[in-house]
Design a protein around this ligand. Structure first.
Ligand code: SF4
Length: 363
């Protein structure tokens, strides 16, 4: 109970959004959620004041929900919360008996997401990215190792018809081939566009050794691309991503430049994870350079996830919320002044925005 004269609600600000991204939310269940897998996971997909947000589910979080309101330590924050309902396509199976939800999943309210190859050539412990749990969901049996283009197209059509998805994200574990998995992504993209010619698709991959593959991905029908570096600091990259960090930054820069040429300004993005030990000011300066290239830096706080080396071995804590707020705020300001908005992208994480607080800052 608030003291007399004090308001009982706290204004819903982007700092609440940042804090939620770090502290998570205490919810008995979220019908749309994700355990393990590539990138940020172990989260529940919610609408915060009507805006999609992927928030870690944490039974010890001070944030709870009551009557559709977000509470902090029992006090109303003034922010509305709705859980996203389970999509209908999750109840279907392919003709050969694979549940559709093992092939692709709903992210936020309207994004269909899939990892087309759920294994990674870098998953051996000395090479694996320490924040990643891509093969964990495979081990748990919640997905299959390789999704065929036909399977993905079948599920995409159902998700479009039954649940009204508006865009699709396809990522991949890294393969042994020179293309690092991009060729299979192109095949999957083409198959989806054959059944849904207008569905915007973002593909996500490492810099393909042969830059011509970037054009192939576009020609297959992808309209946005994520080439995710996670950190711009080579020492951080070597420690956190021994395998992927061995790909020189020049390869990333060449791939981003080619991707901007092919896909266009603000249709190329990269994740930057706050909390890996990179100097915040250097990260902000690096993000500004990316923006000048036409690449959107999707700033996301590092999440300690079960099943990752960072959590199970290194016991790395969540980042300091003040650092996340500073980097998010400064990068958002740079994006706004460049006129570069995630919501203006055709598809992908920046267009979705659920995993970052950038969208709360108008970027
Ligand atoms: S931002 Fe990306 S990873 Fe996060 S929910 Fe949206 S599509 Fe999924």
């Amino acid at each position: 109970m608030a003291a007399p004269g004090l308001p009982t609600t706290t204004p819903a600000t982007s700092s609440t959004r940042v804090d939620l991204a770090i502290q998570g939310i205490r919810l008995a269940d979220a019908p749309v959620s994700r355990r393990a897998g590539a990138g940020p996971s172990d989260d529940g997909h919610l609408l915060l004041d009507g805006v999609g947000a992927a928030i870690p589910l944490n039974p010890r979080s001070p944030y709870t929900v009551q009557g559709g309101k977000l509470l902090l330590d029992g006090a109303d924050t003034g922010m509305g919360v709705e859980t996203i309902t389970r999509p209908r396509f999750y109840d279907l199976n392919t003709a050969d008996g694979v549940p559709y939800e093992k092939i692709a999943r709903l992210h936020s309210a309207r994004v269909l997401a899939t990892t087309v190859v759920q294994t990674c050539v870098r998953y051996e412990e000395s090479q694996r990215c320490r924040f990643c749990a891509i093969e964990e969901s495979l081990r748990q049996g919640s997905t299959i190792a390789v999704k065929s283009p036909a399977q993905i197209a079948e599920v995409a059509r159902a998700a479009y018809e039954l649940d009204g998805i508006t865009q699709m994200v396809m990522t991949t574990g890294t393969s042994n081939g020179r293309d690092r998995g991009a060729v299979h992504l192109a095949r999957c993209t083409r198959a989806v566009r054959e059944v849904l010619p207008d569905l915007p698709i973002q593909v996500q991959c490492e810099p393909p050794g042969d830059l011509a593959v970037i054009q192939d991905l576009y020609d297959a029908g992808a309209r946005s691309i994520g080439i995710h570096v996670e950190s711009l600091d080579d020492a951080v990259r070597r420690h956190w991503m021994p395998g992927k960090g061995a790909v020189p930054m020049e390869e990333y820069r060449a791939a981003w430049a080619e991707a901007v040429r092919v896909f266009g300004w603000n249709e190329v993005s990269t994740y930057l994870l706050v909390g890996l030990g990179e100097d915040p000011d250097e990260m902000i300066a690096g993000a500004e350079e990316l923006i000048a290239m036409g690449v959107y830096p999707f700033v996301v706080p590092f999440r300690p996830l079960a099943g990752t080396l960072a959590t199970d071995v290194d016991r790395v804590p969540s980042p300091d919320p003040r650092v996340v707020a500073k980097v998010t705020g400064r990068v958002a300001a740079a994006l706004r002044s460049a006129g570069m908005l995630g919501s203006a992208q055709s598809a992908g994480c920046a267009a979705c925005g659920a995993c970052s607080a950038l969208s709360c800052e108008g970027a």
